[in-house]
Design a binder for this molecule. Structure first.
Ligand code: XMP
Length: 509
């Protein structure tokens, strides 16, 4: 496996993805991690990420010299390279006269090792303000650009490399080849980490961990919890108990449809609980989005509590935590500002005295999807758009009533089913309808109306972190608008949201 030490670059996750695309397992650890903790399973290669600091800053994250003890290949990227240089000759890295952002032409001076099978010249992506002024005799330059005399280096007698540019971004034309050279040739790692091998080893681990105890798993109808439940079921059969709660905030017919898939297609031991009255009662008259999220989270806890109150046999709670959440929470930079407190059943384990079991916590979303496919979960289920835990509760803007939920549900059903019918569903990353608390004047037949507004939102994205509004065809939008206004009582106006994220978010609340 490969250890990626994170110095705070916005591209660190991309490095991990590029390595895993080669079926090689890797983990991101904060740069100040205690390497003793992984001494039992040392990595076969180490990558030092880029980062926003300058090695000359007083509080700049430093190089942990014990990485050299393992004597495995090392690749420093951007800040990582500068750390290696600074470590040899303090003061050798300085502010460049010309900062370099964006494309640059790399000219290769040594086409072995890291640059094997690369053309003499190729486009690379730079993003740095400092550069290396002086290089120790232990290193030699293997690539330069117009502006950077030292764009890539290699140690003269160890497998240590550094590049000033970012091989992990797609704009670096041969970035993939460079990382392949590092992983396959230099670290001599074979690509044996596949969805299949992940399933086999995870099933073993779950069996060992759980023994003869029981596991509780909350299903949401989404990919992550479904994959988690299916994995655990494969490992321990009916020692698993799943719960799928109707919180009254689900899409049209969702509860029954999803329950059927769980029972008939996936054969999961699942208990459906209709708690919609309880949720809607607790939410009545609440306007603030974060307060709504809190209430929904707490009500989930109550419902779970009730469901297993009489049963002491549960020892574990399964959760669909994904790798980006894990990385976010271990970052050495400390937690970032809370924009939205994304709700999952986070409070449960403490409240209920259950240990967590999180079998996909090392995976990215698309990897979870691959595992799901391998487990035989139907494709149309795997490819579903993400749906937030608080559901329509944060799509009916401001306070929630049965009547508004009904409008949101019907409008959503029309939008989503038309996307499917017209083959646009898979073109967008997520689509939704927000019911706005804005009433406006319209005319239907010869009557004046004064009714609500539905905002359609569809976005393209890779990971939900950034997103652009989807440029859906105008005739499609026009058709959907027409259907909603004609078929959903209470809505007389439809608007299309053309904001990107950032600065907007995907959901309206
Ligand atoms: P935003 O609105 O922050 O959403 O751009 C990014 C992604 O997260 C989903 N989302 C949530 N998911 N609980 C969830 O489980 C939440 O409270 C929540 N809020 C937003 C959103 O649908 C999008 O996919």
């Amino acid at each position: 496996w490969v250890l990626i030490l994170d110095y705070g670059s916005q591209y660190t996750q991309l490095i991990a993805r590029r390595i895993r695309e080669q079926n090689v397992y890797c983990e991101i650890h904060p740069c100040n991690t205690n390497l003793q903790n992984i001494a039992d399973h040392p990595p076969k290669g180490i990558i030092l990420s880029g980062g926003p600091s300058s090695v000359n800053d007083e509080d700049a994250p430093a190089l942990n010299r014990s990485i050299f003890d393992w004597e495995v290949p090392i690749l420093g990227i951007c800040y990582g390279l500068q750390l290696l240089a600074h470590d040899e000759i303090p003061g050798s890295v300085e502010k460049a006269d010309r900062r370099e952002f964006g494309r640059s032409e790399l000219i290769i001076d040594d086409d072995s090792g890291l640059f094997k099978n690369l053309p003499q010249e190729s486009v690379v992506w730079m993003s740095h303000a400092d550069h290396i002024k002086e290089l120790s005799d232990n290193y030699k330059v293997i690539g330069h650009t117009d502006n950077a005399r030292v764009a890539a280096v290699r140690h003269t007698d160890k497998d240590i490399y550094g590049v000033q540019f970012h091989p992990e971004v797609v704009h670096t034309v041969n970035g993939k080849q460079i990382l392949t050279n590092f992983i396959s040739d230099i670290c001599e790692l074979e690509g044996s980490w596949t969805a299949q091998s992940f399933i086999e080893s995870t099933v073993q681990e779950i069996r060992q961990k759980v023994g003869s105890d029981r596991v509780l798993c909350g299903l949401s109808g989404g990919v992550d919890s479904t994959v988690v439940a299916t994995l655990i079921h494969k490992a321990i059969g009916d020692q698993l108990q799943c719960i799928f709660v109707d919180n009254g905030l689900l899409r049209k017919n969702e509860f029954q449809k999803v329950l059927n898939v769980y029972e008939d297609k996936l054969h999961l031991p699942v208990k459906g609980i209709d708690a919609s009255d309880k949720f809607l009662k607790n939410l009545a008259g609440v306007f603030d989005p974060e307060e709504k999220r809190n209430i929904i989270g707490n009500t989930f806890i109550d419902v779970f509590d009730d469901a297993i109150a009489h049963d002491q046999s549960f020892k574990y709670l399964a959760q669909g935590t994904l790798y980006p959440d894990v990385i976010e929470s271990v970052s050495f930079k400390g937690p970032s500002a809370t924009i939205k407190s994304h709700h999952n059943v986070g409070g449960l384990p403490e409240e209920m005295n259950l240990d967590l079991i999180e079998p996909v916590r090392e995976l990215f979303k698309d990897e979870v999807r691959n595992v799901g496919r391998e487990l035989g979960i139907p494709d149309n289920f795997i490819n579903r758009h993400p749906f937030p835990g608080p559901g329509l509760g944060i799509r009916v803007i401001s306070d929630i009533t049965e009547e508004k939920l009904e409008m949101a549900r019907e409008a959503d059903d029309i939008f989503i089913s038309e996307l499917r019918k017209q083959d646009l569903y898979d073109e967008v990353w997520q689509a939704l309808v927000a019911l706005l608390p804005v009433q406006s004047v319209g005319v239907m037949g010869d009557e004046r109306t004064y009714e609500y507004t539905a905002a359609l939102r569809a976005v393209t994205s890779v990971d939900g972190m950034t997103a652009d509004w989807a440029h859906l065809p105008h005739p499609f939008l026009s058709y959907v608008s027409n259907r909603i206004i004609n078929e959903v009582p209470g809505i007389n106006r439809v608007v299309y949201d053309v904001s990107s994220k950032p600065p907007s978010t995907i959901e309206w609340e």
